[in-house]
Each structure stands twice: as C-alpha cells, then as structure tokens.
Ligand binder design. Structure first.
Ligand code: ATP
Ligand code: MG
Length: 467
C-alpha cells in the first residue's frame, strides 16, 4: 500500500516546515499550501487522506476548508479526515468545527508526538469508515428487493407496491403467514430507501418479556427499576435516522402501544423513569401474521396505533398462491445448499417438481427452504429424486382440503381425478385403520354403504373383485 497522503495548510511558513518534517519522518507523503485557497486547489488534484489545517487564516479559513473539502469528497464518494490546528483561545470554534465533521483539533502549542498521534488516529478512522462502507454496501446489495426470488403475478404486485413506497418515509405494515418473507421485505424497504445508511433495527415484540417491553423499546434511566443499572437507549433511539422493524407487532402490550403511538404521532419518546422527551426520527415497518383488524375489533390492539402503522399494507401472498415460483425458489435453494454443502445436486427430477408443486406449504418459503436443504443433504445424485423429499409430500395431498382448494394452478393444469383418487384412497385407508380392518364398520365411519365401500376399494386397487 502506498503511503498515506497528508496535506498541511497553514499561512505560517515555519509551522508548515516543522509539520512537514514531523509527518514526513512518520512515513507519510506530505504536501503543503500557504492558504485555504491554495489548499483547496491542491486537494482537488491530489486527494489527500488527511488534511491538517490551521483554523485562523486570512481568506478562506480552516472551517471553510473543512466544509468544502468534506463536500467535495462526499461528491466524489471519497473520504477525507480533517484535523484543525487552533490557537488556544479559539478552541470553542474548534469544537464547533468537530460538529461539522472535523476529526479532531490540536491546540497550539502542541508537541510533535501529539500531532503524529492525531494524524495516525485520523487515518485509522478513515480505514474503519472505508471498511464500514464496504460492509454496508455488501449488506445493502444482499437485501435489495431484486434479491427476492419469484416473479409470479402475486409477487409482482408486492414488488410494485414496495417500489412505490420505498423512497418515502411512510409507515407500513407487512402482513402474511409465517415464512412468507415479511422480514425480507422489511429489509428491502429499508435498504432501498434514503435511510439505507441509517440503522435497520429489528425487534420481535413477541419475544420480549412483557415487563421489559417499554424499557426495551423506549430505553430507561438508571434506577428507574430494579436492574436498571445505567441509562440505556431503547430500540426507537437506536433506529434514529433509519428503520425500526416491529416484528409480531400484534404482541405488543397495550401499555407499550400507548407510548408507541406517541412516538409515531409526535416523534418523541420518553425513557422509562425520565421526565424529558427525546426527539426520534424513525420510519416504522411493522409485521404481523395475525389478523390485526380483528385484534382491534377485539380490543387487544389500539385502533389509533393500527391506523398509524398501517398507512400502507403489504400483503405477502402464501407460497401456494405463487404458482411456478415454487419451482424457481426450489432451484434457487438447490443451488444455495449445493454450494454450501459441496453437494453434486444441480436440479430436480420432473416427479420431484410435480410433488413440490402439489404441496401447499403451511410454512411457506421457509418450509420449502427446509425441505430443499434436507433433500440436498440426502441426495447422492445430480438431480433431487422423490426419495429425498419428506414423507408428507408423497401423499400428493394437501394438509387440508380448504388449503388445497386455494392452491395455485400451474400452467399445464392439475390432475383433478388423480388428486381426488388420492384423497379417496387416504380416507378409505384411514377409516379401515380406525375400524381395525372391518369394512362394514369403516363404511359406516365414512357414511357410505358396504356396497359403495367395496366398489371404491376395487376401483382404487385396494381390494380384489372377489373379497
Ligand atoms: N422471495 C424469497 N426469495 C428468497 N428467499 C426467501 C423469499 N421469501 C422468503 N425467503 C426466505 O425464507 C425464510 C423466511 O423469510 P422471512 O423470515 O422473511 O419470513 P417471515 O414472513 O418474516 O416469517 P415469520 O412470520 O415466521 O417471522 C428466510 O430464510 C428468507 O430468506
Ligand atoms: Mg419474521
């Protein structure tokens, strides 16, 4: 790595000389400039990593140098740290300058070690910020909306809605069954918004003990309850400038709901045990797998909070209503787990695809993901075979007929007769098992005649003509 670049800006020639020598000896590549104007010119060509500038100079002073250099660097997507040198009397200004983004200041007279240390720390900070930036970029890419797999009409509608509200600070509520991707959508909303650089704080409202909910969400001051050993910020404050994801929001106790409403309508919170309000700027994305409107009707969820949160409602379709997304997702997970396990699996046999399409996934995408993970781990060959799928998928029958009826239909249609025959066979078998093999009794359990029972058993190949 080439030496770090330090630009010294000072109107005093001796100081420039001394600083140049000290920092040059420390191994930095150093340039200097006798005025703010000259310094900015050098910086625009040479891109220093750290700028050490005098605060009081004729013409453009250190504060203005700081502003312009920071603004220019931000435009170019670069990072630069600025260290100010001040006369003792002007430290007040220096402190103000730090609020504008200066890294630190040294007061005159200073010794050389002090200066070397500040520059070294400024560079360390710059590396940290670059690393942070890189990690953030990786995270942001990982959680883009485009990373969601599936292009069914039901999901297209979700994507379109999310794109419309992404750039706004509108609060939204993501509703849907377990495992439909609610959290993934919440992250996509955050990382696609202008708050992406702020924090994404996820809170599972159902996982916090009721007694601690308020302190977790809004923070507390030392001594406000047993165990409050020091002041602590809550999740609302932690999410300032970013997005607060309130997962399982329907589980929030009523007392916390009152405070949450206040936080949303007045953008202020009060820590538990505190008297003063703290302003908070957060965007809320809430999620629930309950029917929250029904919770409101039952008096378990505040109506006013419901309307504050539910400005826009995003309904995640269950996987069984996403048609061929099942196959696309399965392929996606096959590739993911094959790579993870070093397995040879590349795809699935047509029979496996058929079985995957037929299942109705009460656990939605998470369930499919688990099925494929297990199957890839078990499959010795390049294509997933039916034997690697869990038992329940082989029935060819959905967990309940209501769910089966709501199932999406693939382009080529389904085999209704086959499915009904399957269903019939399972009922007959179950009734026979319950009746200990007695057909008369089994027929009674099914509400059919003995003759009808015998006819069906023969038709389905469960019994011979004669017996
Ligand atoms: N469209 C999708 N593409 C790829 N992976 C998905 C998709 N939807 C969901 N997943 C994956 O499925 C799993 C469940 O998703 P997620 O946790 O977002 O669901 P959820 O609705 O929040 O579930 P729960 O209600 O149980 O909290 C995660 O591993 C997620 O990465
Ligand atoms: Mg979730």
């Amino acid at each position: 790595m080439s030496a770090a670049r330090v630009l010294i800006i000072d109107d005093e020639p001796t100081l420039r000389e001394v600083l140049g020598m000290v920092l040059g000896k420390a191994g930095y590549e150093v340039r200097d400039a006798p005025s703010g104007e000259a310094g900015l010119r050098v910086a625009s060509q040479w891109f220093p990593d750290v700028v050490v500038t005098d605060l009081t100079m004729p013409g453009i002073d250190g504060l203005e140098v700081l502003r312009q250099i920071k603004a220019r660097a931000a435009e170019l997507g670069r990072d630069v740290q600025v260290v100010l040198i001040t006369a003792y009397a002007s430290t007040g200004t220096a402190v103000a300058a730090m609020k504008e983004g200066a890294f630190d200041y040294v007061a005159k007279p200073f010794d050389n070690d002090e200066l070397r240390l500040v520059v070294a720390r400024a560079l360390a900070m710059r590396r940290l910020e670059a690393e942070n930036e890189r990690l953030h970029a990786a995270l942001a890419t990982k959680f883009q909306l485009g990373q969601l797999v599936g292009t069914s009409p039901a999901m297209q509608a979700v994507y379109a809605l999310v794109r419309r509200i992404m750039g706004t600070r509108i609060n939204c509520m993501v509703c849907g069954e377990s495992g439909t991707g609610k959290e993934l959508i919440a992250r996509a909303i955050h990382f696609g918004s202008d708050r992406a650089r702020g924090p994404f704080v996820a809170v599972n409202c159902g996982a916090i003990p009721e007694a601690l909910v308020e302190s977790e969400l809004f923070g507390h001051v030392k001594g406000s309850f047993t165990g409050a050993l020091r002041d602590k910020a809550g999740h609302f404050e932690a999410a300032a400038g970013g997005t607060l994801f309130l997962d399982e929001v329907g589980e929030m106790p009523l007392s916390a709901q009152v405070k949450a409403l206040r936080a949303l309508s007045e953008r202020k919170i009060v820590r538990v045990g505190a008297s003063e309000e703290v302003p908070v700027d957060v965007r809320i994305v809430a999620a629930t797998n309950r029917d929250l409107a029904a919770e409101v009707a039952a008096g378990r969820f505040r109506e006013d909070l419901y309307y504050r949160l539910n400005v826009v409602q995003i309904d995640m379709p269950p996987l069984r209503l996403r048609g061929d997304d099942v196959i696309v997702l399965a392929q996606h997970f096959i590739e993911k787990y094959a790579a993870e396990f070093g397995a040879p699996t590349r795809g699935a046999t047509p029979e496996v695809q058929r079985l995957l399409r037929t299942w109705t996934y009460p656990g939605n995408v998470r369930e499919l993901q688990n099925i494929i993970e297990r199957a890839v781990a078990m499959e010795p060959g390049p294509l997933l075979s039916p034997a690697s799928l869990p038992e329940r998928l082989h029935g060819g029958l959905s967990p309940s007929v209501e769910e089966a009826a709501a199932e999406a239909f693939p382009d080529e249609g389904i085999d209704l007769d086959g499915r009904l025959a399957n269903l019939e066979r399972r009922y007959l078998e179950a009734a026979l098992a319950a009746a200990g093999g007695n057909r008369t009794q089994a027929a009674r359990l099914l509400g059919i005649t003995f003759r009808s029972m015998r006819y069906r058993l023969v038709k389905l190949g469960l019994a011979d003509d004669e017996d």
